[in-house]
Design a binder for this molecule. Structure first.
Ligand code: COA
Length: 179
């Protein structure tokens, strides 16, 4: 029984939920796959210890600020990836990674659209920038395509966390005027 698991948002085909310590095996398998990891972090598969640190970090972030990279499950409740937000020098950063057997079915696009909506409905609290951005390592065309499909704009190419990335931003929400 998944006592304590919260659902953050649902789409037609997936749910984004918080993490439990018992999700370690699922996350470790996702991050141990060299194909999935090619354009993430150090570009190499991660160890179980690294996955363990990630779960701790995700749970801490959820606890203290209410957003993180959440667990993605399908309609059977099986974990198929992770998606949500990290914190970057340019504000909230959209992030997603799915198991390769779920690629090219429009799932990341469906998730990214839902995350953009969530971002607009839950702007970050405090002085930090409220903009939404994404960094994509050069060569990760599938991720670029997802961003284009959900309305991100290419800004420039820059060096970020040790790799050359294409930097994207989601247009700021227009402020409504009250008369
Ligand atoms: C990036 C990722 C999340 C995309 O997930 P997905 O569910 O396959 O994405 P979607 O199906 O919604 O859309 C993928 C789009 O990219 C296109 N695409 C896929 N591979 C491509 C390639 N090598 N070159 C160009 N376009 C490509 C698809 O055709 C599709 O576009 P279309 O709808 O116009 O045909 C998935 O590949 C992944 O998890 N990769 C590993 C982790 C990762 O790199 N995360 C992003 C870090 S920035």
């Amino acid at each position: 029984m998944n006592v304590g698991r919260q659902t953050i948002l649902s789409t037609e085909r997936v749910r984004l939920t918080t993490w439990l310590p018992s999700d370690l095996q699922d996350l470790a398998e996702l991050h141990a796959d060299p194909v999935t990891m090619r354009f993430i972090g150090h570009g190499r598969p991660e160890t179980v210890d690294e996955a363990c640190s990630r779960i701790v970090e995700y749970r801490n972030e959820q606890g203290h600020r209410g957003w993180t990279k959440w667990r993605v499950e399908d309609n059977d409740g099986d974990m198929i990836g992770r998606a949500g937000f990290g914190e970057s020098d340019a504000g909230r950063e959209l992030a997603y990674a799915l198991r390769p057997d779920h690629w090219n079915r429009g799932l990341a696009t469906e998730i990214a659209e839902a995350l953009v909506r969530w971002h607009l409905e839950h702007p970050p609290v405090g002085p930090a920038s409220s903009s939404l951005c994404a960094y994509v390592e050069v060569g990760n065309q599938a991720s670029v395509r997802v961003l284009e499909k959900v309305g991100f704009t290419f800004v420039d190419r820059r060096f970020y966390k040790g790799v050359t990335c294409d930097f994207f931003q989601f247009p700021a929400a227009s402020r409504s005027r009250t008369v």
